[in-house]
Design a protein around this ligand. Structure first.
Ligand SMILES: N[C@@H](CCC(=O)N[C@@H](CS)C(=O)NCC(=O)O)C(=O)O
Length: 201
């Protein structure tokens, strides 16, 4: 088994944090996205999307999509549970993780890709779309700040994959200058608590 990853990129980071929380150590191969190593023919033959993370299985098959990879490891090593416990809590974690994917990580990623000079000339950019995503995520941050007033983590009182998704998003947000506002004390408290976890720091 081998994980193809890029340490600084947000989706591979989600898997790395997840594995660190589980205490799982597997061989990794680092791909340099700046050098387009993810588009090399031998990698694309394995993952036609040309993206990381990708998990090479012992039977020669491949798993892509960070959440799919995390789910695989949750099944083979359930402790500590990061996708919830029991029917209702698992559904709640699913709900929050999807919200964090669409409303936080996705919005921040689109803002970064569409507004930041790093991507100029590399991908088509629609600045207005990026700015609309920035405005949307700032509204979501107000919402999250109120949600976190009476619970420790995004999906409840336990750290879950939803925290990993959201935190990875906000960490990426520092590049296009999406910052937690000074009066969003609950969101900041959550951010700092997660940042201090050994898996994240
Ligand atoms: N939905 C995929 C997204 C994977 C993805 O977009 N990975 C980025 C790094 S964060 C990548 O490989 N980008 C290279 C490219 O798009 O060429 C997942 O969750 O794993």
């Amino acid at each position: 088994m081998k994980l193809y990853t890029t340490a600084v990129a947000p989706n591979p980071r989600r898997v790395s944090i997840f594995l660190a929380e589980k205490g799982i150590d597997i061989p990794v191969e680092e791909l340099n996205l700046g050098n387009l190593e993810n588009l090399a023919p031998d990698f694309v033959a394995k993952n036609p999307m040309g993206r990381v993370p990708m998990l090479e299985m012992d039977d020669g098959t491949y798993l892509a999509e960070s959440l799919a990879i995390c789910r695989y490891f949750e099944e083979i090593q359930p402790e500590p549970p990061l996708f919830g416990v029991g029917a209702q809590n698992k559904a709640e974690v699913e709900m929050w993780n999807r919200r964090m994917e669409f409303e936080v990580l996705g919005m921040i990623s689109q803002c970064f890709r569409n507004t930041h000079p790093y991507w100029e000339g590399k991908i088509p950019q629609v600045k207005e779309h990026g700015e609309l995503c920035r405005t949307t995520v700032m509204q979501r941050m107000e919402w999250l700040d109120s949600e976190l007033a009476d619970r420790e983590f995004i999906a409840g009182d336990c750290f879950t994959v939803a925290d990993i998704t959201a935190h990875t998003g906000f960490a990426l947000g520092r590049i296009p200058k999406i910052r937690i506002a000074e009066d969003q004390k609950n969101l900041q408290r959550w951010y700092d608590d997660v940042a201090a976890r050994p898996s994240v720091s």
